[in-house]
Design a binder for this molecule. Structure first.
Ligand code: ATP
Ligand code: MG
Length: 429
């Protein structure tokens, strides 16, 4: 019987916690989603933990469900992070090679040196991404391995997070009884789930519009070039509906989901619907086109922010694959059309899939699951680079070129017995 490894991704989002359990067949490399759990969460503000107890409870609820459906008790999990505290800077590292040909150990020494870059105590390094290499002063080298040379240098993008935001995330996960395997930027995770290699090669901007944050990641030549987090997303659209129609948040949310359009051109047939009156007031009638007049300006504002970040990245003319939209907010009718009008670039919706387009079950191939699926995929690919159970986030250094999925370590979970599984299942009723 072939051996399987189990990997878990935990997306702690502004509106919900989503846990995904994946198995990977050691022989064939086939990946499958074997468990999933979602729980509503209002313990975050714009992607950052604001209430540890509420967040820990939501994590536990989502993980309980994922454990029941998969039949595995989760060990260390790969956790996503976002928020406007995320920032980046560039650094450069240099090593002298031991022989006249650049070996794997030279590249590793260079990566180690890059990850030693100094940051102030209030910042934590999340990722160090080599951008390009120089050999004996000659630049533009994407893969230095096996080349002749004595001096190997690299430019790298360093992604950092606020130390307190990282610590609070650890606290929530640990309070829920789990261990953190690695902390990964949410936009990087989402791009693992929805982008393919060709898109990353020719240039693409991934835009994940969730409830509290809009997360961006730009790739070119298979290398992550730019990331940004914008602290405005779908919840702000709901807030506008609350303010304009004078209704409760829950009513505004369900009206948005049932009748919302991001652009009036996407309304094929205008319809009227009832808006509940608060405090005994009589319900009123509103049309889809009126609702759209509330939603469209806010969605436009979000896209304008995205466009200005694309310009800031200096990559706007290098995005042959355009923009790939994901995240729950992109389920809004017309979100693609409005994006096309704003960006004047090709726009596609990104649904989660595995490496090499492995299809996943329909239940999990929704845009709001992109981050959780991507986190589990990230775990599969980079498992050997993590040092688990440490409060010091270990920066993950990525090879400039995307390597095939790494061979993960041994299974780090405990399979539950059938009796225990049945017991858990009944307890859930
Ligand atoms: N069918 C739909 N139509 C319109 N909006 C939707 C739909 N489904 C989900 N949304 C919106 O998507 C948002 C949630 O998306 P998602 O689940 O990706 O967010 P999150 O991961 O919890 O938050 P974040 O990533 O910002 O921290 C909510 O604002 C919700 O209203
Ligand atoms: Mg999200």
């Amino acid at each position: 019987m072939s051996k399987q490894t189990i990997h878990a991704g935990l997306d702690i989002g502004s509106t919900k916690v989503s846990a995904i359990v994946m198995s990977r067949d050691a022989d064939s490399g086939a990946i499958e989603v074997i468990g999933t759990g979602v729980a509503e969460c209002d313990g975050l503000k714009r992607g950052v933990v604001s209430n540890i107890n509420k967040t820990a409870e939501a994590i536990r609820a989502a993980v309980d469900r994922a454990e029941q459906t998969s039949g595995y008790q989760l060990g260390p999990v790969v956790v996503g992070i976002s928020g406007e505290h995320i920032s980046t800077f560039n650094t450069r590292g240099i090593v002298t090679t031991r022989t006249s040909e650049i070996s794997e150990s030279d590249v590793k020494r260079l990566h180690d040196e890059l990850s030693q870059v100094h940051v102030t105590p209030d910042r934590r390094i999340l990722h160090v991404i080599p951008q390009d290499y120089l050999i004996d002063g000659q630049d533009g080298i994407s893969d230095p391995l096996g080349m002749s040379g004595r001096r190997l240098e690299a430019n790298a993008l360093v992604i950092t997070a606020s130390s307190s935001a990282v610590d609070n995330l650890y606290k929530c996960v640990e309070r829920a009884g789990l261990h953190v395997d690695a902390v990964v930027l949410q936009s990087i995770a989402s791009s693992y789930a929805v982008l393919d290699e060709a898109e990353r090669e020719v240039g693409v901007a991934l835009v994940d519009i969730g409830g509290g944050t809009t997360d961006m990641a730009i790739y070119k030549d298979n290398v992550l070039r730019y990331v940004s987090v914008i602290g405005i997303a779908g919840q702000r659209v709901t807030d506008d509906i609350v303010a304009v129609l004078g209704i409760r948040n829950t009513d505004a949310e369900s009206i948005k989901l049932s009748y919302g359009h991001a652009i009036s051109e996407s309304i094929l047939r205008d319809e009227h619907f009832q808006v509940p009156g608060i405090g005994g007031r009589t319900p009123t009638e509103v049309s889809k086109s009126i609702l759209c007049q509330v939603i469209e300006p806010r969605m436009e504002e979000i896209y304008d922010f995205v466009l200005s970040r694309i310009h800031e990245s200096g990559m706007s003319h290098q995005l042959a694959a355009g923009v790939v939209l994901t995240g729950g907010c992109t389920e809004l009718y017309g979100s693609e059309q409005l994006a096309q009008r704003t960006f004047r670039l090709p726009v596609n919706k990104g649904l989660p899939r595995g490496f090499g387009n492995d299809g996943f079950a329909r239940e999990v191939t929704t845009p709001s699951r992109a981050t959780a699926i991507g986190l589990a995929l990230y775990g599969i690919k980079h498992h050997h680079e993590f040092i688990s159970d440490s409060h010091d986030v270990q920066p993950t250094i990525q090879a400039a070129k995307d390597a095939p999925p790494a061979e993960p370590a041994e299974v780090h979970v405990h399979k539950k017995g059938v009796v225990q599984r049945l017991k858990d299942w009944f307890e859930n009723f």
